[in-house]
Design a protein around this ligand. Structure first.
Ligand SMILES: Cc1ncc(COP(=O)(O)O)c(C=O)c1O
Length: 356
């Protein structure tokens, strides 16, 4: 893989972290790119995108940045398996599976139902193709798993104090790009707020490196799981993990953390008309593919927010957290849903409500 980073900026900035924080190289510095055509269409002269869809050649999106820290710890602890959790369409589960496999770890995925889409069906077939052990949440009992001391536990979305450091690193990367003149300092950064690790990491990283940007999280799941208080709590927990190695950097203040509530739709994974329209615009004007659960809703939030405020010349960054690597190479030839545990068959046998 080209341009893979050799060492995180976090370790360069705070050298004492190197000895205490596990990390392995998986990702590259992702480009920042001006959205000339989409910006013109929306009346925004400084609309930019952070291309985290290109984090790696194996699988892009936001998850590999978290896995650089989390999987490194699994390997350091000499585990032979990882277990993680997500909806049936989880990108996090797929990313974890792909990288765990690459480093010789088996993967157990515990999955809960989400609205059935073509994306959900494809993810399930990919999970199976890549050899994951699949367990439906209703059938999951941690005490029944064998060899538990060999299993490394990764929370939903890869969000943990350690995983969040992936987006602290991303904020430092953005600061460097701003300092190098690759883009103006963004006043607003729009990012999906799911399990909140991405936003929490950006919030902490921005404060540690001195960017003045305000992060606008766009909630995509229930409010009890995604809200500003929780983002601040997670950011503080991650700060607590590293603070003694930061060399006296004052404790950041997380007042003003913002999560926009109006774009999530009926439930996690539900397709919204505004999200679909946003996906279409990004594809048409910039040639970038988004999806309905996270990034379409986030762009819908950006479009609506910028319509309601005078931001014509304000630098605005859309953080693209979706993967753009073609995944068809991972699909096993001839696989069908009948190869999945029976509890997942309903995802293929019920009518597709939102076949998009
Ligand atoms: C494409 C995409 N964007 C955004 C997110 C949300 O990131 P986070 O869980 O860190 O809030 C996820 C996964 O949860 C995702 O798959």
């Amino acid at each position: 893989m080209s341009n893979i980073r050799k060492e995180p900026l976090l370790f360069q900035e705070f050298p004492k972290l190197k000895k205490h924080i596990p990390w392995m190289p998986l990702t590259r510095v992702t480009p920042v790119q001006k959205c000339e055509k989409l910006g013109e269409m929306l009346g925004l002269n400084e609309l930019w995108v952070k291309r985290d869809d290109m984090t790696t050649d194996i699988y892009g999106g936001n998850k590999p940045r978290k896995l650089e820290f989390v999987l490194a710890e699994a390997l350091q602890q000499k585990k032979s398996k990882v277990i993680t959790y997500g909806g049936t369409g989880s990108n996090h589960c797929l990313a974890t599976l792909l990288f765990a496999k690459k480093y010789g770890l088996e993967t157990i995925l515990v999955l809960w139902d989400q609205p059935i889409t073509a994306h959900v069906q494809r993810q399930l077939l990919l999970f199976k193709s890549l050899g994951a052990q699949l367990i439906h949440l209703n059938e999951f009992d941690y005490s029944k798993l064998p060899d538990q001391d060999k299993i490394y536990n990764i929370g939903p979305g890869g969000t943990s104090p350690l995983g969040i450091l992936g987006y602290v690193e991303a904020a430092l990367e953005l600061k460097k790009q701003v300092d190098e003149g690759l883009m103006p300092e963004p006043e607003l950064i729009f990012v999906a707020a799911g399990s909140l690790g991405t936003q929490a990491g950006l919030e902490l990283g921005i404060r540690l490196c001195g960017l003045r940007s305000k992060v606008m999280g766009v909630r995509v799941t229930a409010k009890e799981f995604a809200n500003a208080d929780l983002v601040a709590t997670y950011a503080k927990e991650s700060y607590a993990l590293i603070k003694e190695h930061l060399g006296g950097v004052p404790e950041p203040d997380f007042k003003g953390v913002t999560v926009l509530d109006d774009y999530a739709g009926a439930e996690y994974g539900a397709v919204t008309q505004e999200g679909l329209a946003a996906i279409e615009l990004m594809k048409k004007y910039e040639g970038i593919q988004l999806e309905t659960t996270y990034t379409g809703k986030t762009l819908a939030g950006l479009i609506d927010y910028t319509k309601k405020h005078d931001l014509k010349d304000t630098p605005i960054l859309f953080w693209n957290t979706y993967n753009s690597v073609n995944l068809s190479k991972y699909m096993k030839r001839g696989i069908t849903y009948k190869d999945l545990p029976e509890v997942f068959h309903k995802n293929f046998e019920e009518d597709l409500l939102h076949k998009k």
